[in-house]
Ligand binder design. Structure first.
Ligand SMILES: [Zn+2]
Length: 249
């Protein structure tokens, strides 16, 4: 088996036996993988990284055919995001971003766009940008990359363009027109055009451009409510139990 070399974000680590460490990585070239670093706790100098969660490293590993636990022979730190580690809110946001990657990205499937998006989010959080804004963009773009985005380009029931009032239906995962909303069960909520346009902007444009969007408090509220309910209903991710509720509320 040839060795593999790639850039990787550390998602989480666990002590393993007396001297080793198991690390979950999100790699640029191989997607989400699990690796074992033998002897790192006995001799920390063996690796040029302490594998802090959400740090970026360059790793070399020998793929295991049988276990899905690959032998990591080298791990060199590229970016530890030290500024973010000095602020509690930034640590919570960065930890939340890697937690979502752990839960949403399938194992061993390359997704370079999602990798770049995660790096972008960590870099912006490290710079001290508004974490709430960065996470909103990160989540909306990530949902689109994995094919779970809410449908906003027309009514999910009748397919017509929505010209007047729009309603968001969590169960159906998208917008309803006024006529369909009035016929469906009472589980749709009115949504502002500005909220729909903001989500569409974040889905389509570069993250850097979406950071410049100025959202009104009302749009922020609606958007965060849609994200929370959508992820809870469709992905069983309950944001209410997480620290993010402090950030996205
Ligand atoms: Zn309709």
């Amino acid at each position: 088996m040839p060795v593999h070399k790639t850039e990787a974000i550390v998602l989480k680590t666990f002590d393993f036996r007396e001297t080793s460490l198991i690390a979950h990585f999100f790699t640029k070239d191989y997607g989400r993988i699990n690796g074992i670093l033998k002897g790192i706790r006995k001799d920390p100098r063996k690796f040029a990284s302490t594998l802090e969660p959400f740090s970026i490293n360059e790793i070399i590993f020998y793929p295991s055919r049988s276990s899905g636990l690959h032998l990591v022979s080298q791990c060199d730190l590229r970016d530890n995001f030290n500024s973010a580690r000095a602020r509690l809110e930034s640590v919570a946001s960065a930890s939340y971003a890697v937690d979502l990657i752990s839960r949403l990205m399938p194992a061993e499937e390359k997704n370079e766009d999602a990798y770049r998006l995660a790096c972008f989010a960590l870099q912006q959080i490290n710079k001290g940008d508004d974490s709430e804004k960065v996470l909103r963009i990160f989540i909306i773009k990530l949902l689109k990359l994995i094919g779970f985005q809410p449908r906003l380009d027309g009514c999910v029931m009748c397919n017509k363009n929505i010209l007047e009032s729009a309603y968001f239906n969590i169960r159906r995962g998208g917008l309803l027109c006024q006529a369909c909303a009035s016929h469906s069960a009472n589980d749709s909520t009115g949504v502002l055009k500005g909220t729909i346009a903001s989500i569409a902007h974040m889905e389509k444009n570069r993250g850097e451009d979406s950071l410049r969007l100025e959202l009104t408090p009302q749009i922020k509220n609606e958007l965060d409510g849609i994200i929370r309910n959508f992820m809870e209903f469709h992905l069983q991710i309950n944001l209410k139990s997480r620290q993010l509720i402090e950030v996205l509320s």
